[in-house]
Design a protein around this ligand. Structure first.
Ligand SMILES: Cc1ncc(COP(=O)(O)O)c(C=O)c1O
Length: 336
């Protein structure tokens, strides 16, 4: 990111861990992204004695109660919120004024995903102008997350889709600047687009999350592309619990052990194919080269990292066969 002249603000929705966030910040990240206020509250609380976090909340908020929580969080951390409705600014401003905090705002622009964000540049300019005039708010820039682009293959198609997405963010930027407002940050991008974002030249801060772990879905999509330069670091350790069948064994990782939205896991090092085998178990086919005795252990590359991590209280930190430590998934279940 330094070489590209971009900032990295990793998305902690992937790991929900104060330990990993700390490592990312120590390695030069400009701050962190959190998906929801509760995720941010958990990380800010966990690290309160060590550092003042700089957090971008990437999902819009919709109620005065949530505005109050965000305003209070801004007493203990630098907080920026993505906003896609001018009405949200009023409650945010009132809440921040009443507790004595300042909340920064990025206008959330829909760049093609359609999930959140304003759908035209003039709405982005309205949010910018209003955030600029309301007390206790600071207009910081724009967010445009191209989630629909990240897994597009082949790379040429991903590049074309990303250019179209960032052009929408660029149009919103131009309209905001034409209204005389200053943009400090244009935030967006992810594990599948970060090099393309550099080439497109609109985004200034990358929100990649999955890169820290990777998963089977990203491996399939990126498949040796320049973006596919991250080691697999997340595995689900599973044990063979029954080995009486000729063609397969049964392992103790099933639908409750991994995200199920993105197909099956992959066995590290090959030697068998994994399939879900109900809530509690999985099936691994036998192959000639690997003996799968009862009690043997396998490492599975999870299909989709973020919702897999959210199923566990802890992650074991290992190097080869050595356990180096354990870290809590402190924001597990904090999705509100
Ligand atoms: C708003 C936002 N930014 C960044 C990311 C990180 O994307 P990735 O995990 O693909 O790097 C996500 C993931 O869903 C997201 O929703």
């Amino acid at each position: 990111m330094d070489a590209a002249g971009l900032l990295l603000r990793p998305h902690t929705k992937s790991h929900k861990s104060a330990f990993v966030a700390t490592r990312q910040l120590d390695a030069g990240a400009t701050g962190i992204c959190c998906a929801k206020p509760s995720e941010a509250e958990a990380l800010v609380t966990a690290l309160l004695d060590e550092r003042r976090l700089d957090v971008l909340l990437t999902s819009p908020i919709a109620t005065t109660a949530t505005a109050g929580r965000v305003a209070r969080l801004a007493l203990d951390a630098e907080v920026t919120v993505a906003v896609d409705d001018v009405e949200a600014l009023t409650s945010l401003s009132e809440a921040a004024t009443s507790v004595g905090s300042t909340v920064a705002v990025v206008g959330d622009v829909d760049v093609g995903l359609g999930r959140t964000g304003v759908v035209d540049a003039s709405s982005a300019a309205r949010i910018a102008a209003r955030a600029n005039e309301l007390p206790s708010l600071r207009f910081a820039g724009l967010q445009g997350y191209a989630g629909h682009v990240q897994h597009v293959a082949p790379r040429a198609s991903r590049g074309a889709a990303n250019s179209a997405a960032t052009a929408k963010l660029g149009a919103a930027r131009d309209e905001v600047q034409a209204a005389g407002l200053t943009i400090d940050v244009l935030t967006g991008g992810g594990t599948g687009s970060w090099i393309l974002d550099e080439a497109d030249g609109v985004i200034s801060e990358i929100q990649a999350g999955s890169y820290v772990f990777m998963d089977r879905e990203y491996r399939d999509a990126l498949d040796g592309d320049p973006e596919d330069c991250f080691a697999q670091s997340l595995y689900v350790l599973t044990t063979v619990i029954s080995a009486n069948q000729r063609d397969f064994v049964t392992v103790d990782a099933g639908l409750k052990s991994m995200a199920t939205d993105a197909g099956p896991a992959v066995v590290r090092g090959g030697g068998g194919t994994y399939a879900f085998f109900g809530d509690e178990q999985g099936l691994v086919t036998r192959s000639e080269d690997v003996a799968l005795a009862r009690g043997s252990r396998l490492m599975l590359v999870p299909p989709h990292c973020d919702p897999t991590v959210n199923l566990y209280d802890h992650m074991w930190l290992v190097e080869g066969d050595r356990v180096l430590g354990v870290c809590g998934v402190v924001a597990r279940g904090r999705s509100y």
